[in-house]
Design a protein around this ligand. Structure first.
Ligand code: 5RP
Length: 265
């Protein structure tokens, strides 16, 4: 890895803790104005001080984040599909590397759809993006997407996806937490972060998910809905931070959540 690429990656995965709390707000690229992300700036602004990195599209970056922000940006560069279209897997590259450099981002992200009719196309998208990223020192995050088929999220399938992503050169991988998650991490020679997925019934479940993922080898989270669809998003991100960076248990992090709530966040 080049110095520039490693330097950018170290802005996202903090060298002092070896962990990261990425805040994902890219959902609109195929879901439109998702609940509680209708006005991106309003969702992002209060949470930004607590995020190690922000994952988003160029449209939201340009319109909804101040240019003075020091937070590392992870730019989603795949898309071209929508929740009402034919296949969510039929993604192409939406944003060229030149634009990523112009936007001064710390990494680019794209989805791969293993096991679908568009597997080859999305895997070749990844390979091309890695080649381009390495030319300019920009790390690539591969997202092991499952589209609408959430039931696919098991260790056998996610191990396959994560390993393929790493083999094609992804510098870090985003996947889902699952039973036997340590096997997913073991088979993936680059850092793994987890998505949160749809909002869970209770915030305790979210914190336990994060804790379990970290204990089983994830370097952190790239989480969206379970933070910003909370009734108390700032308290929620503070609690997730406590687990990711301070090794708090889910019970300890609930204490952080309750305290932050009472501080009127
Ligand atoms: C969509 C994404 C999202 O960023 C990802 O799903 C994380 O958000 P959430 O925690 O809400 O699942 O990559 O493809």
């Amino acid at each position: 890895m080049s110095w520039g690429l490693e330097n950018r990656l170290s802005r996202i995965i903090r060298p002092d803790t070896g962990h990261t709390l990425m805040l994902a707000v890219d959902h609109g690229y195929f879901l439109g104005p998702t609940r509680d992300l209708e006005v991106p700036r309003e969702t992002i602004t209060p949470l930004l001080p607590f995020a190690d990195a922000l994952m988003l599209t160029r449209g939201v970056l340009r319109t909804s984040v101040d240019t003075g922000s020091g937070t590392p940006m992870v730019l989603r560069v795949s898309g071209g599909t929508s929740i009402v279209g034919g296949s969510l897997a039929d993604e192409g590259i939406t944003t060229p590397m030149e634009e990523a450099i112009r936007l001064n981002v710390s990494a680019v992200a794209l989805s791969i759809f293993v096991g679908t009719d568009h597997e080859k196309q999305t895997l070749l998208n990844l390979s091309d993006l890695v080649t381009e990223g390495e030319r300019y020192g920009i790390p690539v995050l591969a997202v092991t997407a499952v589209g609408k088929e959430l039931e696919k999220r098991d260790a056998r399938f996610l191990s396959l996806c994560c390993r393929i992503a790493a083999e094609l050169g992804a510098h870090f991988v985003k996947t889902y937490y699952c039973d036997d998650f340590e096997k997913v991490v073991e088979g993936c020679p680059v850092p793994v972060v987890i998505a949160g997925g749809p909002k869970l019934d209770t915030f305790e479940e979210t914190l336990q998910l994060v804790r379990d993922a970290i204990e089983r080898g994830a370097v952190g989270v790239d989480m969206g809905r379970n933070i910003w669809q909370s009734e108390h998003p700032v308290a929620a991100i503070k609690a997730v931070r406590a687990v990711v960076h301070e090794g708090a248990s889910a019970a300890e992090a609930i204490g952080v959540f309750e305290k932050a709530k009472s501080e009127k966040n």
